[in-house]
Design a protein around this ligand. Structure first.
Ligand SMILES: Nc1ncnc2c1ncn2[C@@H]1O[C@H](COP(=O)(O)OP(=O)(O)O)[C@@H](O)[C@H]1O
Ligand SMILES: [Mg+2]
Length: 316
């Protein structure tokens, strides 16, 4: 267990806290039990923070466990995220805070709450009001250590018998989150184990498509150009449901590849992607009008919804 004051080796990554919270949903519900409702109010515009994902999970878990302990009769745990600007005024009132742009993570319960005396000591290691064997007094000192090491702040608002809110502020960063830290797609956009052959010469784009698709229920095969695409297709004829191909490839055009692939695997469907806009491609006569097309760069949502659209379209 992380003891307060002992520095941990943090492995910060740019991530979206909404993704961390969403991924913990099932685990949190199991921990808090059926008598406590879990309510999440996640700001869809939430910015990113550069923090260690497993340490953030520990922060959320420790706070959730405390909230559960504070609501033995049941209640609700609300987890909220949002973008916050902390101004000079806030920094004056909170000695350790610097003004600036932050992402906020708040956990609120409507449990037993705390008086001022207890509040003053909660972040101390070994401080606990729980019975021997029920509390260690390490939960909040650990949370405090992680938040401070991440350049953030934590505040508590609590009243006896009313409940408690912990608010954590972490410095907001402009860099985009890695795809593994973006929220997963809604179930209707997720795959059902279908196999997608991705043919794309840019390794970065190929990897991105693979990561997004694999994380959302698809099996992925890859080719870096037309001839590799055909080779993979010959080996996996029966399995491939969808060809996702760049319109322009180093050796052959996407449409020519699609023709070969559909001849080899009759039930395959085709989705083109390209850096050109939809209309520009159509007007240049490369694609038939009405062909489904994914502009690059694409977001996970755009890729997944186009893939579903094509897979569910009737065969022409
Ligand atoms: N959500 C909460 N509601 C009421 N009291 C809390 C809450 N979270 C923490 N506390 C108080 O802070 C103390 C210290 O918490 P923590 O460091 O997690 O240790 P522990 O849970 O092992 O007692 C708890 O014993 C409790 O008195
Ligand atoms: Mg605790």
């Amino acid at each position: 267990m992380l003891a307060f004051g002992r520095k941990q080796v943090l492995q910060p990554e740019v991530l979206n806290l909404n993704a961390v919270v969403s991924e913990m949903d099932k685990m949190l519900r199991r921990v808090i039990g059926e008598d406590i409702d879990l309510v999440t109010v996640l700001d869809p515009e939430l910015g990113n923070a550069k923090v260690d994902p497993s340490q953030m999970e520990q922060v959320i878990m420790n706070l959730a466990v405390n909230a559960r302990d504070a609501m033995p009769q049941g209640g609700s745990l609300t987890i909220e995220t949002g973008n916050v600007e902390l101004d000079e005024e806030y920094a004056r009132q909170h000695a350790e805070a610097e003004p600036g742009s932050y992402v906020m993570l708040a956990l609120s319960d409507n449990g037993v709450g705390m008086d001022a005396e207890t509040q003053a000591r909660i972040f101390e290691p070994f401080f606990t009001t729980k019975l021997k064997g029920e509390g260690t007094g390490f939960g909040l000192s650990t949370v405090y250590g992680i938040v401070k090491q991440s350049g953030g702040n934590i505040n508590v608002y609590s009243e006896p018998a009313k409940g408690t809110t912990f608010k954590i502020y972490l410095p907001r960063v402009e860099e985009p989150a890695g795809v593994e830290h973006q929220p997963e797609a809604s179930p209707e956009r997720a795959g059902r184990g279908e196999t997608v052959l991705v043919v794309e010469d840019e390794p970065g784009v190929r990897r991105l498509a693979r990561t997004i698709l694999e994380r959302n229920g698809y099996v992925v095969l890859e080719g870096a150009d037309g001839s590799e695409g055909i080779r993979v297709c010959e080996e996996h004829r029966e399995e491939i449901h969808l060809l996702l191909t760049d319109v322009v490839l180093p050796d052959t055009g996407g449409p020519a590849l699609a023709e070969r692939v559909t001849a080899l695997c009759p039930r395959v469907k085709v989705l083109y992607m390209s850096g050109y806009t939809n209309n520009a491609i159509a007007h240049r006569g490369v694609l038939e009008p009405g062909v489904v097309f994914l502009p690059k760069p694409f977001t996970p949502e755009a890729l997944l919804s186009k893939v579903r659209e094509v897979l569910e379209s009737p065969h022409s």
